[in-house]
Design a protein around this ligand. Structure first.
Ligand SMILES: Cc1cc2nc3c(=O)[nH]c(=O)nc-3n(C[C@H](O)[C@H](O)[C@H](O)COP(=O)(O)OP(=O)(O)OC[C@H]3O[C@@H](n4cnc5c(N)ncnc54)[C@H](O)[C@@H]3O)c2cc1C
Length: 453
């Protein structure tokens, strides 16, 4: 495969972005529900309008994975909502209910049933085997997947072992089941070679209870003990392992862990693996330079896949820095983050074939920019992967698949309690006024949505 080097002219790029953006918008399924309408309208309104409520929900989702019962869940919910001054009437009623055990169970059950309703759109099944039907249907429609095992908080070694065992079992189940799937050339091969059908996304914070910013070495070594068997298994099964990126305080440990372990002799020729780059971080260009140096000098095959995202922990990073009086590590103006995302997209595309590129976004402008830049600089569509989240990117996913782009949908698998934390995070992320999906839902015209950031 040739390296693509000719950077496109600005004007040509802008007009191609508009053309591709309009073509994709046209291909959105007309009768599909809007992604944000799938979220409970009342919950959306409350969360968008009320900063205190939003803050309470943020604190609530942090404890949800540790809840062991509905009663427990309701007690915590009450605790967090008590901090909201001038709570809306629906919340006041919920709080009165949670004063008795029966009321708490009812509130927990109501929350659970509401979550269950929404969860169907965001979570593909409670277990990998329950998810296989949906994953196969997606594949048949030209959509690849990456399975994310939603987990309970990992605070003990036993929980980390349990998570690693679930990942291993999922790898095996997916690898075996996907052998029976029909051929889909676009999803199975790019210029660098074959692409695995089975793909699992893994969180390092779930692979070890020891991941702490003050002692990164301990967490890294402990996680490596569980990552190696996973990589061995993936290699034997011909599957892909993608390591997600979490908050900034674990970034160094995660990146070093992955690059170190993948450099070991045993993993020099597999499995297929990937990392995540977060464009909302001001220092992401330096991180990319570091990843590219590693990829260019290591000579590892298949190439490392880099998934470019904006980042899911913006509020956390911003608030934490403010509390400590530190400068924010994230961009504070959304357009700065979007421009950086486009610059990183260009650098990644130009770095092929040293890396495989995945652009993960629901923002039509960011996606159209990646496709346009790739084409105008001489790249092939099959050498750019586009990724979306299940439930939020369904329309974009269908539009991309109908135009024969390689699209991969990130599919969370897990039970109701784990799903609740995931749902509330997505809810909060998308009720931000800065969110593209929020803008789109408000009916902002297409040429404004596709304008340069
Ligand atoms: C397949 C897939 C995998 C993912 N994996 C990860 C992962 O491993 N780690 C991770 O962190 N995220 C991950 N994400 C989540 C991703 O970061 C969010 O979905 C994404 O940030 C939303 O961006 P967008 O381009 O879809 O939407 P947009 O609406 O264009 O962007 C929203 C994003 O902009 C940023 N932002 C918001 N306000 C501001 C502001 N005032 N100033 C600067 N920036 C701002 C935030 O990052 C926010 O999430 C993944 C997403 C997908 C689709």
């Amino acid at each position: 495969m040739e390296t693509t080097t000719a950077a496109p002219q600005r004007d040509a790029l802008e007009s191609e972005i508009r053309r591709i953006g309009a073509e994709l918008a046209d291909a959105f399924p007309s009768n599909a529900r809007h992604p944000l309408r799938a979220l409970d309208t009342r919950a959306m309104e409350l969360a968008s309008g009320d900063q205190e409520l939003k803050a309470a929900l943020f604190r609530f989702v942090d404890v949800v994975p540790a809840c062991r019962s509905l009663d427990d869940l309701a007690r915590h919910l009450k605790g967090f909502l008590e901090e909201v001054p001038d709570a809306p009437p629906s919340i006041a009623v919920a709080m009165r209910m949670s004063n008795t055990r029966a009321g708490r169970a009812a509130l927990g059950a109501a929350a659970a049933s509401g979550v269950k309703h929404m969860a169907h759109r965001f979570i593909v099944g409670e277990t990998p085997s329950a998810a296989l039907g949906v994953l196969r249907q997606l594949w048949e429609r030209g959509v690849a997947s990456s399975v994310d095992l939603l987990g309970e908080a990992t605070v003990t070694q036993a929980e980390a072992d349990h998570y690693a065992a679930r990942c291993n079992a999922a790898l095996e189940e997916l690898a075996h089941a996907s052998r029976e799937w029909p051929g889909r050339e676009m999803l199975e091969r790019d210029s660098s070679g074959p692409l695995p059908r089975a793909n699992v996304s893994v969180k390092v914070s779930a692979l070890t209870p020891l991941l702490r910013p003050d002692a990164p070495e301990r967490g890294r070594l402990d996680a490596a003990e569980r990552l190696r068997p996973l990589l061995r298994n993936a290699h034997a099964l011909g599957a892909h392992i993608h390591i997600d990126m979490e908050s900034l305080d674990s970034r160094e440990a995660v990146l070093e862990l992955v690059l170190d372990v993948l450099s070991e002799e045993e993993f020099r020729d597999g499995p297929s693996a990937g990392v995540v780059l977060q464009a909302y971080l001001r220092d992401s260009p330096e991180q990319l330079t570091r990843i590219l140096e590693w990829a260019r000098t290591g000579g590892r095959t298949p190439p490392l896949q880099v998934r470019l995202v904006k980042g899911a922990y913006w509020d956390h990073e911003f608030v934490q820095a403010r509390q400590h009086g530190w400068p924010a590590p994230v961009f504070e103006v959304k357009a700065d983050c979007d421009r950086n995302f486009e610059a990183l997209t260009a650098s990644l595309l130009e770095a092929r074939p040293a890396v495989r590129v995945a652009v993960a976004s629901h923002n039509l402008r960011s996606v159209a920019n990646a496709i346009a830049f790739n084409r105008l600089s001489g790249g092939e569509d099959r050498d750019l992967e586009l990724q979306v989240l299940r439930g939020l990117g369904d329309e974009l996913q269908d539009a991309l698949a109908s135009r024969r782009f390689r699209v991969r949908t990130y599919c969370p698998v897990g039970d109701l309690i784990a799903g609740m934390a995931y749902l509330v995070r997505r809810l909060l992320e998308n009720t931000s006024n800065e969110s593209f999906l929020h803008e789109q839902a408000r009916g902002t015209p297409l040429d404004v949505l596709l304008a340069p950031p």
